[in-house]
Unconditional design. Structure first.
Length: 291
């Protein structure tokens, strides 16, 4: 049973912020695919919802005057899959969106909810980490921008203060132009399952050399993470089979998976070492490289 005492629909971002301040115990609901499960479990002690589902000011995907990509927090995964901007510039995020849940979930679940829920398995998170995405957050009288890599404090804990809303996600042109990427999800089954491990790779090559290499994982630690040691070691290396082996060895130094009922630490480590190779290979293919 849902112990729901109050449900208020906001008609604007300002109204949503005002409602959150008026009702300090309330939580935001966007698609509801995470928050309604928490409400039903009843463990987090909230029973009031401020509804931002389908708010037009939050549901968009566009390029700004600098060709930065802006994704409204209320964009659902199907919006991302169908967006020409995403397909053209950051197909890796389309890979991630396609891997979420099933068709019904992708129709209502938002990218903002995916990030603000604060879990390491969020499929959109690794791609956003690899793209150095910036989160634009609004409060009653405040606006702040925070790199997605600084947003996660720990499992289920993110940098959102009372009355704040994630309005949109910004991906700067410098972080996607000329880059090719791929997101690879390993789960026990192909649909309706959260990631055992998710891996996003974004890279740039020049004359068959890795000019830029970024790799991020979900579920390789308590929060999504970039693999900085691997990235630094691989930059300026020649594209080759040996490179893939080196990546697979290097990631061990960056990650910290744990054992859960879903998979053991050792199994996850094996998957990590394989997924980084597969995601890199696919990203290289998109960059026109052959191995
Ligand atoms: C059957 C099923 C399958 C699933 N499969 C996957 C999967 O494969 N991969 C995956 O990553 N996830 C999966 N999920 C989890 C979920 O669908 C996603 O995390 C989804 O993106 C959450 O978005 P939402 O809009 O439903 O968020 P909601 O449930 O509405 O909100 C989630 C949290 O974010 C907060 N929030 C929402 N929007 C904002 C905002 N704009 N600003 C600040 N806070 C906000 C809410 O208060 C809440 O705490 C699945 C869920 C279900 C039920």
């Amino acid at each position: 049973m849902f112990d729901l005492k109050k449900h208020v629909k906001a008609r604007s971002i300002d109204e949503a912020i005002a409602l959150l301040i008026e009702n300090p115990g309330a939580r935001l609901i966007a698609g509801g695919t995470d928050i309604l499960i928490k409400l039903r479990h009843g463990k987090q002690g909230f029973s009031e919802l401020v509804d931002i589902h389908d708010l037009p000011q939050l549901r968009f995907i566009k390029l700004d005057e600098n060709n930065d990509i802006l994704i409204g927090s209320g964009a659902v995964f199907n919006d991302i899959i169908e967006s020409g901007i995403i397909q053209t510039h950051i197909p890796m995020l389309k890979d991630a969106a396609q891997s979420v849940g099933g068709p019904q979930i992708r129709n209502v679940a938002t990218i903002g909810g995916n990030i603000c829920n604060g879990v390491t398995s969020a499929d959109s998170a690794s791609s956003l980490f690899a793209l150095d995405a910036v989160l634009e957050i609004r409060g009653r009288k405040t606006k702040r921008n925070i790199p997605v890599s600084d947003f996660y404090f720990g499992p289920g804990r993110v940098d959102l203060k009372k009355g704040e809303i994630l309005t949109n996600i910004r991906i700067s042109q410098k972080n996607y132009k000329g880059s090719s990427g791929f997101y690879y999800k390993y789960a026990m089954r192909n649909a309706m399952d959260i990631a055992t491990i998710g891996c996003a790779v974004s890279l740039k090559t020049k004359n068959h050399v890795l000019e830029d290499y970024r790799i991020a994982f979900g579920v390789a630690g308590p929060v999504p993470m970039r693999c900085k040691i691997t990235e630094e070691t691989m930059r300026n290396k020649k594209v080759s089979r040996k490179l893939l082996q080196d990546i697979s060895q290097a990631v061990e130094k960056d990650v910290n998976p744990r054992t859960s009922w879903r998979a053991t630490k050792e199994f996850r480590m094996n998957i990590i070492k394989e997924l980084c190779v597969r995601a890199t290979k696919e990203a290289l293919k998109r960059a026109g490289e052959e191995i």
